[in-house]
Unconditional design. Structure first.
Length: 306
């Protein structure tokens, strides 16, 4: 089975320029170069133009020296025309038309912008929660162009971590789809089942375990088909998308986590979406694409939570 193409937050067009992260001389020059472009975040939101393009500014617009900005900056990437830097944690401000969350506008951004924005949000989330050394508890400082933090006492280097999670469209012999509503979601909000991969567990084993834990449904491990992955920087997930076939039908809801789990035929799915008693994930989410893959044709935006 072919992988899902152009997953909203998986698109990218700019090299991450990893070899340059440890070149302090190059980084210093970049901050005073006319071709550098800066993305300023505000409460992990993105600055946008009216036509949903990211607003990039030159370093001179930030009014901060390199020494002042380094603790809040991350090198996002570079191409033949520009170097791209993200400024995190409200270290600077700019006047813009709109601030928006990545999860709200990610599907509308270009591949160029969304790849850089997703990286900026992910790194902002990591830096905000890793200001202290996990070995000794001492403060850490930003190094390697924003891609590491170093303990000021024992010198330990700390790097961003990614948390793998599986997300799966479960079908049965009648080609129904299994959707669930978490206990903290409003009435009518449904999505595919998902869960974090545990220590010492494969993604495939996680699919089998999580589906059974949340719904009581057993899936055939041999039916699993990998469909693609998408970063979800809230705060640090990598969603691994699958399709699986159920070998049981009776649902037992895990009440500690799920409010509802239901099978939907295509007719039921369409009728409830039209009536808006079933609201689907935003198109930015891989869950939307997994559901659309089962549905077999484009899903109207009016059926989603937007």
């Amino acid at each position: 089975m072919e992988l899902l193409k152009d997953l909203a937050l998986s698109r990218f067009a700019v090299d991450r320029a990893a070899p340059l992260r440890t070149d302090q001389e190059w980084l210093s020059r970049a901050w005073s170069t006319d071709t550098t472009r800066v993305l300023v975040l505000k409460d992990s939101n993105l600055p946008l133009t009216d036509d949903l393009s990211l607003i990039w500014v030159k370093p001179e617009a930030i009014e901060l020296t390199l020494e002042q900005v380094q603790p809040h900056a991350v090198l996002l990437g570079a191409d033949d025309d520009h170097t791209y830097v993200g400024i995190m944690n409200d270290a600077a401000s700019i006047e813009v038309v709109t601030w928006a969350a990545l999860r709200a506008v990610g599907a509308q951004l270009s591949a160029h912008d969304v790849g850089l924005a997703t990286t900026a949000i992910a790194m902002s989330q990591w830096h905000a929660t890793h200001k202290f050394c996990t070995r000794c508890g001492s403060a850490t400082s930003v190094t390697q162009g924003g891609w590491a933090r170093q303990c000021l006492v024992d010198g330990t280097d700390h790097y961003p971590r990614t948390e793998p999670a599986m997300i799966v469209a479960v079908n049965d012999g009648d080609d129904r789809i299994l959707l669930g509503r978490r206990i903290d979601w409003p009435e009518g909000w449904f999505s595919t089942l998902a869960g974090f991969v545990e220590a010492g567990e494969s993604a495939e084993a996680c699919v089998v375990r999580e589906v059974f834990e949340e719904s009581g449904i057993s899936v055939d491990p041999n039916s699993l088909q990998y469909l693609g992955s998408q970063p979800w920087p809230y705060p640090a997930s990598l969603m691994l998308g699958y399709r699986a076939t159920a070998v049981s039908a009776d649902i037992t809801v895990e009440i500690a986590e799920m409010a509802q789990v239901k099978w939907f035929t295509r007719e039921e799915f369409e009728a409830e979406c039209i009536a808006q008693t079933l609201r689907l994930p935003n198109p930015v989410a891989i869950a939307f694409r997994l559901i659309q893959h089962w549905y077999g044709s484009d899903i109207p935006i009016e059926w989603t939570r937007k």
